[in-house]
Structures are given as C-alpha cells and as structure tokens.
Design a protein around this ligand. Structure first.
Ligand code: NDP
Ligand code: HSE
Length: 429
C-alpha cells in the first residue's frame, strides 16, 4: 500500500490528539484513503512532557527543520500556534513542495493573504478545517456543500472557551476567573486566553469564514470586536428574566454598505437554536439563497474534535497527492478585498442597563435623550435598589442605528444622575 509521509510540528493538546487518532484509527484511515498515513517525525520543544502515549523510537525531535527540510515528507502539520515562527515554517514547507495542514486561525487571519498567495504560486494547498469550529466540518460545508449558493449571512458561536465560560457563569453562578481556569485546564483556551476573552479568536475565525463565504479577503484588523470581560452576573440574570441568553456571537451579513462583520456579546432569544448551544459547543447558522437556513453544531475546541478535523485534512491532502493533482487553486481567493460596512450603520435592538440615582424625573431625562436621537423604547424595567440609593434602569430599545445609539449613550453617561458606565448589549432577533 502506498505511504504518505507526515511531519507534525507541535505535540501539544491538538498534536497529541492527532498522533492518537493516527495510531488508534490507522487501519480504518488506510482503508478509506487507499494509502497509509505514516507519521515519520514529530517536533516539539518539550520532549519530556507526558502526552499519555508513546511514539516509535527516533520520531520525536526538538528540531522542526528536520521536518521542513526533509524531501521525503509529503505533508507538514503545523500545530505550534502563534504567528512566528509558524509563518516561516509554513512558507518554507510550501516552497519545499509540501502540503500544509494547520489549525492556526490567528496565523491565517492575520498573515493569510501572503500565505495563500504563496500557496497559489507554488501550487500547494494549505488545509485549515481545524481552524474554525473544532470538530464541525464548517470549512468543507461552505467550500463544497453550499458552494452553489450566495451566502447572505452567518451567525456563529465560534469560540468554545467563551461559550463554556458564559454557560458556567449563567448555570452555576461561578466567577469569570474560575470559569477561565476550567477552560485552560480542559485544553480549550488559547495559550494567551485574552485572545478568547477579547473576541480576537472569534474575529480570526470570522475573517476566514466570511472570506470563504463572501468570496473576497476579509481584513481581520477591521472587524469590529468586543469581548466578554465586562459581562456580569447581574446582566446574565436580568437578560435571562427578559427571555434572552448572552452569547459571544460572530456575525457576518451582506448589506448594501458592504459586509457587516462583527464579534460582540449578543442577546439571543431563548427560542432561537443558538441560545441552546452551551458549554464547549460551537454552532454556525448560515443562510444561502437556495439552501435557505442551515445550522451546524458540534464541539468547538478540545483535543479530540480538533484533531479529528486535522486528520480529515490529512486525508484530503492525501487524496490530492494520490490523484497527482498539483494545479488546484488555494481555497481562499486573495485577489479581491471585501468591502466592510462601518459599524455605525448597523441597525439592531439594544439592552441598556444604566445605574442611576433613585430620584423622580431620571427616567424621563434618559427617555428624552433617546427620543431626541430617534431611538424608541420597547420596554423599561426598574429592579431592586443597589446600595447607597442607586438603582439600575433597564431598557430594551426598538431597532436603532448604532451611531445614533452610541451618541445617545455618551450623552446619558454624562448626566449627573448617572453613576457608573451604562452597559449596552446588542440583540439579535
Ligand atoms: P499547545 O500549546 O497545547 O501545543 C503547542 C505545542 O507546540 C507545545 O507543545 C509547544 O511547546 C510546541 N511548540 C511551540 N513552539 C514550537 C517550535 N518552534 N517547535 C516545535 N514545537 C513548538 O497548543 P494547542 O495544541 O492547544 O493549539 C495548537 C494550535 O491549534 C493553535 O494554533 C491553536 O490556536 C489551534 N487550535 C487549538 C484548539 C484547542 O482546542 N486547543 C482548537 C482549534 C485550534 P511548549 O509548550 O514547550 O511551548
Ligand atoms: N480557544 C479556541 C476556542 C480553540 O476556545 O474556541 C478552538 O479554536
């Protein structure tokens, strides 16, 4: 049976999952592929750490160059994460005639324009199924299953760590810090968890999904983004009472002023399927002109699901090698930039929580600022007092344009009766 030789760089959480699948499901993979995926070398900086499994003698090395420069190796798997030295490793591997498989969404979203161009020039593909949605084959779904459609919108819970944190905060009442510790221990969080918490990881993934779905390069640095650091137990409780769940949502919508791309905490009505996507699960909701709406759900981070996507890519790259096809274009086109819509033009409903002094006339002053900005109020709730005579005014607005809402909020926050920063969460109906 023909052998396809693989070199893996980065034997951490995902890398160890890949070696485990290649050992455990080796016969099944060979049967389905018609060739053997043989792991010939694994590079990692730490040779001592216990990964709960053994590799054959001579496979493990500290030196990634022994993979990149080995002419016998057909496919390089990059699983070290980060931008450098990962970028140089990918470029050298492509120039050496190798296919590359990676789960590194940060690298592809931030440096992908160069990398995909390089791949096109040397006629070698970069496979990146594991970079979005963990075990959900969402890249293949967009690239193949829905390829006959114009996709008009994507709504995604595409960061497992923040979804796990928000779920534990709302179901168990634990603190954000305690939930972050749980996500790190389980191997879900990025090496720098700020990437998860600040919505950067979701924005990386959204850039890749929207580039694929909308057929142009999405500039990651221009995606509007807010993370979950400011979400409090109080807002989780109030919004639950109003029939909503708070999710860190990645949104991509085609609009007349361009592609509306954003990542922010969002109130999702409890009747919406995305509201029931909890814990480490991810889900992506897509609307195509002929496919109509579809939703895909699965575990979005962690060793097994992510490694499953990496090995599926190894098999796809293997099929390409077996067919002798070297002329396939890169999956993402980099010759056209997506025009992005300004965040100020986004129209949606908003939840506002404004801490005020409990005094007659306060609500009227807030309502008058909103009214002057053309923002109508859907409902007002005034709950129990805080300490020292403060009270939270909770408002749901009707549809309002972002820039009008922001102007009104700035004015409201300067009222002398307002104490502390007003909280605003967008609503996705
Ligand atoms: P880990 O930190 O667990 O693993 C990375 C490994 O690479 C570590 O063992 C690290 O060693 C090693 N390494 C770092 N630099 C080098 C180098 N120059 N040469 C050789 N080895 C090196 O990360 P994960 O496995 O969690 O993530 C890997 C990639 O997969 C990242 O891009 C991540 O974003 C992505 N990903 C992760 C998911 C997850 O659930 N964990 C899910 C989807 C994608 P050391 O520890 O000594 O630095
Ligand atoms: N840190 C990422 C997450 C890993 O939690 O979703 C999967 O991409």
């Amino acid at each position: 049976m023909k052998e396809i030789k693989i070199g893996l760089i980065g034997w951490g959480t995902v890398g160890a999952g890949v070696t485990r699948i290649l050992q455990k499901n080796s016969a099944l993979i060979s049967r389905r592929l018609g060739a053997r995926l043989r792991l010939v070398r694994v590079a990692d900086l730490n040779l001592k750490r216990d990964r709960g499994m053994k590799l054959a003698p001579g496979i493990l090395t500290r030196d990634a160059a022994r993979i990149i420069e080995d002419p016998e190796i057909d496919i390089v798997v990059e699983l070290i994460g980060g931008l450098d030295p990962a970028e140089g490793m990918v470029i050298s591997s492509l120039r050496g005639g190798k296919r590359v498989v990676t789960a590194n969404k940060a690298l592809l979203a931030e440096r992908g324009k160069t990398l995909f161009r390089e791949a096109g020039q040397v006629r070698r593909r970069i496979f990146f199924e594991a970079s979005v949605g963990g075990g959900i084959p969402i890249i293949k779904i967009i690239r193949e299953g829905l390829s006959a459609n114009r996709i008009s919108s994507i709504l995604g819970i595409i960061n497992g760590t923040t979804n796990y944190i928000l779920t534990r905060m709302s179901e168990e009442g634990i603190t954000l810090a305690a939930a972050v510790r749980g996500a790190k221990k389980a191997g879900y969080a990025e090496k720098n968890p700020a990437l998860d918490l600040e919505g950067i990881d979701s924005a990386h993934k959204l850039a890749l999904l929207s580039s694929l779905a909308f057929g142009g390069w999405a500039d990651f640095s221009r995606i509007y983004r807010e993370g979950i650091n400011e979400i409090t137990d109080e807002d989780i409780a109030y919004t639950a009472g109003l029939g909503y769940t708070i999710k860190l949502l990645a949104v991509a919508k085609q609009s007349p002023s361009g592609a509306d791309l954003r990542v922010h905490p969002t109130l999702v009505p409890r009747r919406h399927l995305l509201s029931a996507v909890n814990g480490i699960f991810n889900a992506v909701y897509l609307e195509g002109d002929f496919s109509k709406s579809q939703i895909f759900q699965g575990e979005g981070a962690g060793q097994g699901p992510t490694a499953s996507a990496v090995v599926a890519d190894l098999m796809e790259a293997g099929r390409e090698i077996l067919s002798g096809n070297d002329s396939t274009p890169p999956f993402i086109a980099t010759d056209r930039d997506l025009k992005l819509a300004p965040i100020g033009e986004v129209v949606c409903r908003h939840y506002l929580r404004i801490p005020v002094i409990d005094r007659p006339g306060v609500l009227a002053r807030i309502a008058s600022i909103l009214g002057a900005g053309g923002i109508s109020i859907d409902s007002v709730i005034q709950r129990q007092r805080y300490k020292r005579g403060l009270v939270p005014v909770i408002l749901m607005t009707n549809q309002a344009r972002e820039k009008a809402l922001q102007t009104a909020l700035d004015k409201i926050s300067h009222l002398e009766v307002v104490r502390g920063t007003p909280v605003r969460i967008r609503v996705e109906d």
